[in-house]
Ligand binder design. Structure first.
Ligand SMILES: [Zn+2]
Length: 406
């Protein structure tokens, strides 16, 4: 395809994205204990076997926003897997599934890469072990009731709220109630999203040990709890699509690690730290566990994820720019000849019109943006469609970064 280069003014991304980095340096966190689940900095893990750890780490905050008791029972789908190397689906099945979901570009090319490592990606430190589940606790709706269309409501489910135009992210992945995902940090990038990880006693030792997933959940205020408290959460807390996508991220991360990660709640790790949050609220462990089981079963036994369609009917225009033929996968990390290189191109032949609604590429990609003006080089590279576009350094004195189709 011919190179198209131009300086366009504001793109969809710029119109929405904001600076997310806290304006003032955040106060240092001094821990007096190693948390209710007793973290051991020597072994980079919490106390007990993985199955014991999740009974502590999957505790929610109760109505008074204090951490509840250790769980008596954790769904077997989670307890039997956490920390174990067995029963992982193979990468090719996962790639085929990602293709069917239209999510191949963000996740498939990296399946052969390890996750982030502790000590800020120290090659000798262990890979990420914990998948920390958060809720966004936004948007805030005050004293109003949650809307009836909470799972489809565009304001509530806007992922633009979590796009940052500075070098900042809220989590690795944000999942809205329709199941759309924003990959803010590739899973190999160490990123901290909890107070516990930032505690001064650890330095950067814990940076990279935890992966973070935010699930969109609006919050409202609860009467009698003080000004602008956000203690009121919808119940049920999350949509089925969110559990499905969270299960997908869990499987992807575990396959990359070679071991099932240990799921954890933010509230359980930051409990006891001043200003620690209560998320996620109203998380249904059984629903998540069932989603994991279903997905793994599908990947191991080859059941189709969605109705497959013949590639022969593909039309490049229908596929849209994000999946235009000839667009290489990000995949720089995947060398030709690996299975993904062989499989990925078929994804380019999926007409957008035939993809299920929740599986459409995210809103940014739907725009036919060929050139993106950004003021920050690192920011340009962090855009998810950096896979489809090539970024060129700006000429001296120019703010814009020139971008052209590969
Ligand atoms: Zn959180």
């Amino acid at each position: 395809m011919a190179t198209a280069a131009a300086y366009l003014c504001t793109t969809a991304v710029e119109a929405y994205a904001q600076n997310c980095k806290p304006r003032r340096p955040r106060p240092p966190i001094t821990l007096t204990t190693l948390g209710p689940c007793e973290f051991n900095p020597e072994t980079f893990s919490f106390a007990g076997t993985p199955a014991e750890q999740i009974r502590c780490l999957l505790r929610s905050a109760d109505r008074t926003r204090n951490l509840g008791p250790q769980l008596d029972r954790v769904p077997a789908a989670l307890a039997s897997r956490a920390g174990q190397p067995d029963g992982l689906p193979d990468r090719d099945a996962l790639v085929a599934h990602l293709i069917a979901l239209g999510l191949v570009w963000d996740y498939a090319p990296f399946l052969w890469q390890p996750l982030s490592r502790a000590r800020d990606n120290d090659p000798d430190a262990p890979q990420a072990r914990y998948l920390v589940i958060h809720d966004t606790s936004s948007p805030f709706i005050g004293g109003r009731p949650f809307p009836a269309d909470i799972d489809e409501n565009r304001n509530i489910n806007s992922l633009a709220r979590y796009m940052c135009k500075d070098d900042w992210a809220f989590a690795h992945v944000v999942i809205n109630r329709g199941g759309k995902m924003l990959l803010s940090r590739e899973l190999s990038e160490p990123w901290r999203a909890m107070k516990f990880e930032r505690a001064t006693r650890f330095g950067t030792d814990l940076k990279g040990l935890f992966l973070h997933v935010e699930l969109v959940q609006p919050r409202g205020s609860m009467p009698g709890r003080g000004h602008r408290n956000d203690a009121r959460a919808p119940d049920p807390g999350f949509s089925a699509a969110q559990y499905e996508r969270l299960a997908l991220i869990y499987v992807i991360a575990s396959v990359r690690s070679g071991r099932w990660l240990i799921p954890a709640f933010h509230a359980a790790i930051d409990a006891g730290i001043r200003g620690g949050h209560d998320d996620p609220q109203n998380f249904a462990l059984d629903a998540f566990a069932a989603s994991v089981d279903r997905l793994v079963h599908r990947l191991l036994h080859g059941e189709p994820a969605v109705a497959a369609r013949p590639a022969a009917t593909a039309s490049p225009t229908a596929a849209g720019p994000a999946t235009a033929p000839g667009t290489p996968a990000a995949s720089a990390p995947v060398s030709p000849g690996t299975p993904v290189a062989a499989v990925v191109p078929t994804a380019t032949e999926t007409p957008a019109a035939e993809r299920p609604r929740t599986q459409r590429a995210n809103p940014v990609r739907r725009r036919s943006v060929r050139t993106v003006r950004v003021s920050n080089w690192r920011h340009a590279r962090s855009y998810r469609y950096s896979r489809a576009y090539r970024y060129v350094r700006p000429k001296p004195g120019r703010r814009a970064v020139r971008v052209s189709r590969r």
